[in-house]
Design a protein. Structure first.
Length: 487
């Protein structure tokens, strides 16, 4: 039982997100044009991987989000769900992996932004993307802007998410529209043979994990569950619309890229602008490149805002639970936002931006390593999400949920197996990797380091804080949020 006085003391966040805010949030969070080039570079076989992932990962993810948000509404998402179903440590580990993944992902968003935004200045300025000083300044400006907007609050910050979603729609429409024009006027060099499984599929295997990573995002709104207006009615429809639109855009964008550019010429960082430039020149509308770059830059900024704002809620809740420093659970006195967690998120991202620009070797290889690491950490919470569905399905009687036993068994089983496979295949190097053993050492070493940090914060730091709370008495410091155990 929870203490009413304790509930009154808890921070209260503002409910500002409506249904279409969520649909646009899902589109900007799920559909990321920038992961398409690294996938399309492996050829037409990736279309089959997309379809498989949509059926066995994305659809089960939508079912899981609706089911779990119905059973456990509130702030925290994957952190709260794993905690309620499997216990405190599993909840913390799930939230920790979700948050630390974004430490690796947000710097790649900054890198994308710099590489694309220079095209808005005209073809003559494209070389600025290779200037580390320029790239650093632009990354810092974007990072500062995203942090300030999210601190001011989702009532303001959501508009960057919404503008980013609109930018995503426009950029995808231009890309796919040009692709159709090229196909109708000139045909395509793509043949049925390009969609066959290659004789040596090892470089394609990494793409499956990246595809699953690209399809993550439907759970993001539930991390901000206390900021959704009427979540029980709003969330299911928003998940359905966001999922359908995002899946269709991914397949369309991948096919367009394969039509426009030979797969051995696709750059994993600037492949989208590269494709649009190639097609626009061929059709005779070269003027479209600059406005396209503006729309794509807005899309990238929206992606960064959505993931920074959403993932910062994890250390916010962990701070309330005393598994991390309690000041991470503070909210801004004026804007009612988790400003301390947002600032920490920004500082960590800044550190990794500096490392990425000044301590890495080849940009594309460094990007691929960070992307693969993000894939592993991002997918770990989904093992808990799908395992929770299986646990619900085994209960007798089945009660308290939205779906029947058969649906929960299929979604949980398919999602769990697909997620496990996606994590395992992320350890297979992509073709941009020049040293396999360095790649494996990096992947295993950094993954273990993040997991060991989670163990430290939960068992060591969290244990110390708990003992201090007991020793000083309940009135000496704010009481941490009530901890639940697995049912």
């Amino acid at each position: 039982m929870s203490d009413p006085n304790h509930e009154a003391e808890q921070p209260h966040l503002k409910r500002v997100l409506g249904r279409w805010d969520l649909v646009l949030l899902f589109v900007v969070a799920v559909f990321n044009l920038n992961v398409v080039p690294s996938i399309a570079a492996n050829g037409g076989v990736t279309i089959w991987l997309w379809l498989t992932s949509l059926l066995l990962f994305f659809w089960p993810q939508g079912i899981a989000v609706i089911e779990l948000a119905h059973r456990y509404p509130g702030e925290g998402g994957v952190y709260l769900w794993a905690k309620e179903v499997f216990g405190d440590f599993h909840g913390f580990l799930s939230g920790w992996c979700y948050w630390t993944n974004n430490m690796l992902y947000v710097p790649t968003v900054m890198l994308y932004f710099v590489g694309v935004s220079v095209f808005a200045l005209g073809p003559g300025h494209a070389g600025l993307a290779d200037s580390k000083n320029f790239a650093m300044v632009m990354s810092l400006v974007l990072l500062a802007l995203l942090t300030v907007l999210n601190i001011i609050g989702l009532g303001v910050g959501k508009w960057l998410n919404n503008v980013g979603a609109i930018g995503t729609f426009v950029a995808a429409a231009v890309l796919i529209g040009l692709g159709l024009t090229i196909y109708l006027r000139f045909g395509t060099a793509v043949t049925a043979g390009d969609f066959r499984i290659p004789a040596d599929p090892r470089f394609v295997l990494n793409s499956f994990g990246v595809i699953c990573f690209g399809l993550v995002g439907l759970e993001l709104a539930s991390i901000m569950g206390d900021e959704i207006r009427d979540p029980q009615r709003t969330l299911p429809g928003a998940v359905a619309w966001g999922g359908v639109v995002s899946g269709a855009l991914y397949i369309g964008a991948t096919l367009t890229l394969l039509i426009a550019v030979r797969r051995d010429e696709i750059s994993v960082l600037q492949g989208i602008v590269q494709a649009v430039s190639h097609m626009a020149s061929k059709v005779g509308v070269g003027w479209i490149i600059a406005p396209f770059a503006v729309m794509l830059s807005l899309s990238i900024a929206g992606i960064g805002s959505a993931w920074m704002g959403g993932s910062a809620r994890i250390p916010f809740v962990a701070g309330l639970d005393s598994y991390m420093p309690s000041w991470l659970g503070k909210i801004h006195p004026k804007y009612a936002t988790p400003y301390a967690a947002l600032i920490v998120q920004a500082v960590v991202s800044l550190t990794l931006v500096v490392i990425n620009f000044y301590a890495s070797g080849g940009v594309q290889e460094a990007f691929q390593k960070m992307l693969s690491l993000a894939v592993v950490l991002q997918l770990v919470p989904f093992l808990y999400v799908f395992a929770a569905l299986l646990k619900f399905a085994m209960r007798k009687p089945l009660e308290g949920g939205r779906y029947g036993r058969g649906t929960l068994l299929f979604a949980g089983g398919a999602g769990f197996v697909t997620t496990t496979l996606g994590i395992a295949l992320a350890f297979f190097p992509a073709k941009q990797i020049t040293s396999v053993w360095k790649y494996e050492v990096t992947m295993i070493g950094i993954t273990l380091a993040f997991l060991l940090l989670a163990v430290f914060f939960f068992f060591v730091y969290g244990g110390v804080k708990t003992r201090q709370t007991v020793a000083r008495g309940p009135g000496s410091i704010p009481v941490p949020a009530e901890r639940s155990s697995a049912p």
